[in-house]
Design a protein around this ligand. Structure first.
Ligand code: SAM
Length: 292
């Protein structure tokens, strides 16, 4: 019986056989720790009913586990040289489709409708290409798709930002974008020694599940996102100075900003990283009512 793709010996054999040119620029670090793959599948809580999206299958280490534990897998791989390799390494599975496309260009809702049977749980499981972790997560969260769970590996420092609480250094617009929609938690960390080649950072698995919408809600989600981003644009400045950078500095604007802050009982000297999501929502709604 052929050993699992992720076993170090088989991974090395695949790399040698195809003379694989591993591209650091595409974030190619292949997982070679079977234990960790088993833990990822557990964290993703996969069932044979699930439709699963994978981003960046590489040579198929994780894809193989997904195929064994889910109904169907749709995997997006940007690197042309990996597509024929995946064709061979995954040949024994009939529930995997590999799409040779940049995930940031892909029309995910359309492709899901084309490839997946409807009315099944939809999950995202991936060892992400780290150089585009944030844009991938933003696209996924803004796609309007309902994922029952998102289980993704990323650089440890980015994972810390996703789950950061107000008042900490890691807390910022990324934390808020993620926590506005999901309950996010770090399931476990992964040492750099679990990969070939080894990355120069440690990694973590983050699981995200949809949360109850905030109540009250922002009057407009785009305005909310823009306001949060603006509040963290100049991290060394106070919240007040970020407000002035967003809304302007003339005395009429300053008066209206002061009124809004009084109304929502937030001090102008607060730092943006102290503000909670409900406070950002209250602020953006009050600013809107004030005509700002
Ligand atoms: N899943 C494999 C594993 O765990 O061993 C490989 C993970 S590796 C960290 C990231 C993968 O994402 C690479 O195969 C890389 O080619 C692919 N990738 C990089 N940028 C991509 C993009 N924009 N769209 C789709 N795949 C991409």
């Amino acid at each position: 019986k052929t050993p699992l793709i992720a076993s170090p010996a088989r991974t090395q054999a695949i790399i040698n056989r195809y003379g694989l040119n591993i591209k650091k620029s595409l974030g190619q670090n292949f997982l070679t720790d079977i234990n960790i793959l088993e833990h990822i599948v557990q964290a993703a809580d996969l069932s044979p009913k699930d439709n699963v999206i994978e981003i960046g299958p590489g040579i198929g280490a994780l894809t193989e586990f997904l195929a064994q534990n889910a109904h169907q897998v749709l995997a997006f791989e940007i690197d042309d040289q990996l597509v024929p390799i995946l064709g061979e390494t995954l040949a024994q599975y009939d529930n995997i489709t590999v799409i040779n496309q940049d995930i940031l260009q892909a029309n995910l809702p359309q492709l899901i409708a084309e490839h997946f049977e409807p009315d099944r749980p939809l999950k995202l499981v991936a060892n992400l290409p780290y150089y585009i972790t944030t844009p991938i997560l933003m696209n996924v969260l803004q796609s309007g798709l309902h994922f029952d769970a998102i289980t993704v590996m990323m650089q440890k420092e980015v994972a810390d930002r996703l789950v950061a609480v107000p008042g900490t250094k890691a807390y910022g617009s990324l934390s808020i974008a993620v926590q506005y929609q999901t309950e996010a938690k770090v399931s476990f960390t992964v040492p750099r020694t679990a990969f070939i080649p080894q990355p120069n950072v440690d990694s973590a698995i983050v699981t995200m599940t949809k949360r109850e919408p905030f109540n009250p809600a922002p009057f407009d989600e785009k305005a909310f996102t823009k306001f949060v981003k603006g509040s963290f644009l100049h991290r060394r400045k106070s919240f007040w100075n970020n407000l002035l950078a967003m809304f302007g500095k003339d005395s009429d604007v300053k008066t209206r900003l002061t009124n809004v802050l009084e109304r929502v009982r937030i001090s102008p000297s607060i730092r943006s990283e102290k503000l909670t999501i409900p406070q950002f929502i209250e602020l953006v709604n009050a600013l809107h009512e004030e005509g700002l």
